[in-house]
Ligand binder design. Structure first.
Ligand code: DLZ
Length: 204
């Protein structure tokens, strides 16, 4: 990948994701973009060695629910035996492939997975509409996700796109329709998760 002035600076340290347990909580609004971001995140986690059984995916209705779900996931004590990323990807099976911004039907899986998680990745896509809803949700969600990680000591990766247009959101999921398809930010979030989880173990 080319290193422009924007984006993360890649470091030479290689972190081993194989011992990590990673929770992913994604919103279901703006599903086409969400699907690509979750897939990009999981792809990068696996490239960095995270095992399929070390990845647990849950979904919530919208981004506003992300901080609460992350907090509960970190504290959670129930598990589906043998649940893995593949099992729980039911959360991504939204049916039609339309670009509607209405929330998709709820996934069947409601069981909260067992911790402890080394890191949780919160994934949501907020797209500005004609009211102030966007501003309020962006503000409260970003502050609350920060609070969850500081209060729990478990890193929470901020995988929330705050886009002004549909095109901006699509581009940041690698689904752009212009000259460039854009870069899938989910991959950056997977990388950040493995680094933060590994470094948190070292710092503890
Ligand atoms: C209500 C709403 C709106 C208008 N837009 C979005 C959005 O762009 N992205 C998103 O993830 N969620 C949106 N929501 C839903 C809220 O996050 C939340 O699910 C509801 O207000 C219920 O608490």
């Amino acid at each position: 990948m080319s290193l422009g002035i924007k984006g993360p600076q890649y470091v030479s340290t290689k972190y081993d994701g194989s011992p990590l347990r990673v929770g992913i909580v994604h919103a279901r609004w703006n599903k086409v973009v969400i699907e690509a971001l979750v897939e990009g995140t999981i792809k990068k986690l696996k490239e960095l060695g995270v095992k399929d059984s070390g990845i647990v995916v849950q979904s919530v209705p919208g981004s506003y629910e992300l901080p609460f779900a992350c907090s509960k996931m970190i504290a959670g004590s129930h598990v589906q035996a043998g649940a893995s990323a593949t099992d729980l990807l039911g959360g991504l099976n939204f049916g039609s492939n339309s670009r509607s911004s209405t929330p998709a039907p709820s996934a069947a899986i409601v069981t909260m997975p067992q911790g402890p998680f080394d890191v949780v990745i919160a994934i949501g896509v907020l797209i500005k509409g004609s009211t102030m809803h966007f501003e309020y949700i962006c503000d409260s969600v970003s502050h609350a996700l920060m609070r969850v990680q500081l209060d729990t000591g478990v890193p929470v990766v901020f995988g929330v796109l705050t886009a002004l247009t549909d095109e901006q959101a699509l581009e940041r999921a690698g689904l752009g329709t212009g000259e460039s398809k854009g870069h899938n930010h989910g991959e950056d979030w997977g990388e950040a998760a493995v680094e933060m989880a590994s470094r948190t173990k070292l710092w503890s």
